[in-house]
Every structure is written in structure tokens, then in C-alpha cells.
Design a binder for this molecule. Structure first.
Ligand SMILES: Cc1cc2nc3c(=O)[nH]c(=O)nc-3n(C[C@H](O)[C@H](O)[C@H](O)COP(=O)(O)OP(=O)(O)OC[C@H]3O[C@@H](n4cnc5c(N)ncnc54)[C@H](O)[C@@H]3O)c2cc1C
Length: 372
């Protein structure tokens, strides 16, 4: 039986991968190549710093940790073949918020790390606070750093690699844009898995209204670097110094939550992926001024990132949900649809594990359909 996967980002590709593992024929429809998706713009750190917590969403929290472990294991297994992973010491800087809690980027409470036990975690306090400009005229005075070894996936290598594996398995890729539900009728397959990321909000306005877009912009500087290799992150910003250059960026910008959540949004201006000057200016400031100070505080004597050597700027829109991805099932005309969208800032971290749940749902749908 042939299944249609809508979308060729990391979630669409994992879906096609799992489907072929389970013996299905697959065709992937997408309006852009995998290398031009939000997934390709990510600096893919595989870390389970989820926005949902054990206290508020115990099942989702435990399930997400399992998805994370399954995903990491799958990356490691495939890496022998594809060589797209690295492990990098990372330093996440934090501050004390107005309620007196120690928090990391996006308000993630440092105390929640104890629930995660995903790697060995060390905490270091600074002798004096360091000021970081998070957004224009919004500052964090960071006072400590959390240090751990971060697993990273090179998106520019992994997406073409996985697509290659799928093509070898006979998966067909077709370029197609779905503007309305009527466009779904133009494809032959009856069973569809929806991996359209943030666009799912427009095609299926009845689902995912808690999902909103969060822009991120990453910059790549290719150059041969000598050690040390490490990453420094604070607030919306990060610089990763690695053997082949630097990744840097303003990673979490333009929150538009209040205009999206619970609203039937039809204006797509927030989905634009043109790079912006504000993000560039903030990145530049962080990379040239703040990063060397933060690095020095952690004992690294390194120059600032050579900002004029940026060769590539990628902007993406995360399909953000504070309560995890959507795995709905429904019929539209003759089509049966299973959702696999809304992975937010963690599509790379949980993508494979979460996708297995979506494919399990599809198999349930097929079984029920057959029984009728
Ligand atoms: C700067 C940045 C840094 C990030 N860093 C990390 C990180 O460190 N770790 C992590 O886990 N995650 C990270 N993320 C988040 C991660 O990238 C997302 O969770 C993930 O990319 C979502 O994947 P997706 O396949 O659902 O969506 P997408 O990658 O957006 O793919 C959607 C697919 O649907 C297709 N499509 C959309 N609309 C239509 C349409 N109307 N018709 C036809 N096709 C359509 C697109 O062409 C595309 O193929 C980051 C994101 C950004 C932007």
C-alpha cells in the first residue's frame, strides 16, 4: 500500500523512513526541498529542554523523554553510515528571574534539569554577572552557566543523507503545494500523514490552534578552526565553535503567541522567512562582544567569531506548541489523515520517536478501515 507523506522537513523524512521500515510504499509531497525547510535552518542540538514539565504534563514529559532517547539512538545508529553528528561541550548561561528562580533561555527553570538526567550536568557560578542583550533593549544579567556535552546533528549533511536513504528504498519525492483542502484531491493516495509543520494551521484550521510560529535565524561561517570546540548560549543567542567553522544565531525571536493561540489566523506575514536586520544586528553584537566574554568566563581564550565571513543565513519558523506535537486522525472527503506536526523547538530532538507514534496511529486507522 502506498502512503502519502505531506512535507519533507525532518518530520516528513522520518515519517517516510519509519513507513518504509514497516513495509509501506511512500510518496513524499512538498513544496520545497528538504534543504529549504525550517528543519534545514536549525542548528540541531539534540537536548530535551522541553517547554512542558513533569508537574504540568507528566505523561507528555515522560513520553517526550522516551522520544528523545529513541531519536538520539537512531541518529547514532545511522551516523556510522552518514557521519553527521558531533558532541560538543556546551555552556548555557542563566539568570535569576523576578520570582527568584534560576532560569536558562526561554525561562527554562534550572531545577528542571534534575528531572531530565540526560547527560552529566555541571553548574558554575560567575564571579560577577555578565549583561547579555536578548532582544533590542531587553537584557539578562547572567550569573551562572550549566555545562553539559550536547549531541549535535549537522542538518546540511543529515537531510540529504536521509533523503538518499529513502530514494534507495524507492520513495518518490514530488514537488507540490497544497493551498486548500481541495488540492488534496489531486493526489492518488487515500492515506496521508500530515507533516506540514506550521502550515498545518492554515490547511486544517480546526486543529493545532495552540500552535504559533517562532522565528529563528542561524548563520554559518565556514573556516578551519583549531580546538577548543564548544558552544555558548544565552537567552536567544548562541555561538558554536567547531572544526569546520561557526554556527551562530538569534534562535528564538518574534514571539507572536497572543495573536495566534486560540485564533483562526489567516494572515501569513508571521511565516515570512526573509532574514531580518534586527536578528542580524543582535547576532553580530552577541558574536563579537558578548561571546568572547562568556567564553573567557568559562576559561576559553578565543577571539570573537569572524562575523564578516558569514556565508549563509537561514531563517525558519518553528511550529511551536507548549503542549507537544499533534497526532490527530480525521477524514477529509475520501482521504484519511494522520497528523504529525507541532514539534516546536524540538523537531530534531524528538522527531524519530514522535513519528513512530504517528505511524502507529496510521496503522490503527488502516486496521479500522479494513474492518469496516
Ligand atoms: C533557528 C532554529 C534552530 C532550531 N534548533 C533546534 C535544535 O537545536 N533542536 C531541535 O530539536 N529543534 C530545533 N529547531 C526546531 C526544528 O527545526 C523544528 O522543530 C523542525 O524543523 C520542524 O520540522 P517539520 O518537518 O515539522 O517542519 P518543516 O521543516 O517546516 O517542514 C515542513 C514541510 O512541509 C512543506 N510544506 C509546508 N507548507 C506546505 C504546503 N502548503 N504545500 C506543500 N508543502 C508544504 C515544506 O516544504 C516542508 O517540506 C530549530 C528551529 C530553528 C528555526
Amino acid at each position: 500500500m502506498r502512503i502519502a507523506v505531506l512535507g519533507a522537513g525532518i518530520i516528513g523524512l522520518w515519517t517516510a523512513f519509519d513507513l518504509t521500515e514497516r513495509g509501506f510504499d511512500v510518496v513524499v509531497y512538498a513544496d520545497a526541498p528538504s534543504t529549504a525547510t525550517t528543519s534545514a535552518s536549525a542548528v540541531a542540538v539534540v537536548t530535551p529542554l522541553f517547554p512542558w514539565s513533569l508537574e504540568d504534563h507528566p505523561e507528555l514529559f515522560e513520553e517526550s523523554l522516551r522520544w528523545y532517547r529513541e531519536t538520539l539512538e537512531k541518529f547514532r545508529e545511522l551516523n556510522d553510515d552518514g557521519d553527521f553528528m558531533s558532541v560538543m561541550p556546551s555552556f548555557e548561561f542563566g539568570y535569576v528571574d523576578k520570582d527568584g528562580r534560576e532560569v536558562l533561555e526561554k525561562g527554562f527553570p534550572a531545577s528542571r534539569l534534575e528531572q531530565l538526567s540526560f547527560t552529566e550536568i555541571r553548574k558554575r557560578y560567575l564571579n560577577e554577572s555578565i549583561r547579555v542583550e536578548n532582544e533590542p533593549d531587553a537584557f539578562d544579567d547572567v550569573t551562572f552557566a550549566i555545562n553539559f556535552d550536547a549531541d549535535m546533528v549537522n542538518t546540511q549533511k543529515f537531510l540529504p543523507y536521509l533523503e538518499g536513504v529513502l530514494r534507495q528504498r524507492g520513495v518518490r519525492f514530488e514537488r507540490k503545494h497544497f493551498e486548500t483542502l481541495a488540492d488534496l484531491e489531486s493526489i492518488a493516495e487515500r492515506y496521508l500523514v500530515n507533516c506540514l509543520g506550521i502550515f498545518s494551521r492554515f490547511l486544517f484550521p480546526e486543529v493545532g490552534t495552540e500552535m504559533y510560529p517562532i522565528r529563528g535565524q542561524s548563520h554559518f561561517i565556514p573556516m578551519a578552526n583549531d580546538p577548543p570546540y564548544f558552544g555558548v548560549a544565552s537567552g536567544h543567542h548562541a555561538v558554536f565553535r567547531h572544526a569546520e567553522g561557526f554556527y551562530l544565531g538569534s534562535y528564538f525571536l518574534s514571539e507572536v503567541k497572543s495573536t495566534w493561540v486560540g485564533h483562526g489566523r489567516s494572515d501569513r506575514s508571521d511565516l515570512r522567512t526573509l532574514p531580518t536586520t534586527t536578528e542580524w544586528e543582535l547576532t553580530k553584537k552577541f558574536a563579537t562582544e558578548t561571546y568572547p566574554i562568556l567564553a573567557e568566563a568559562m576559561g576559553f581564550d578565543v577571539p570573537s567569531a569572524p562575523i564578516n565571513e558569514v556565508s549563509q543565513v537561514n531563517t525558519g519558523v518553528r511550529p511551536f506548541r507548549e503542549i507537544g506535537p499533534v497526532f490527530g486522525t480525521r477524514s477529509v472527503g475520501l482521504k484519511m489523515i494522520v497528523d504529525n506536526f507541532g514539534h516546536g523547538a524540538h523537531g530534531w530532538t524528538i522527531g524519530y520517536g514522535a513519528t513512530r507514534k504517528a505511524v502507529d496511529k496510521l496503522i490503527e486507522v488502516l486496521a479500522n478501515d479494513e474492518a469496516l
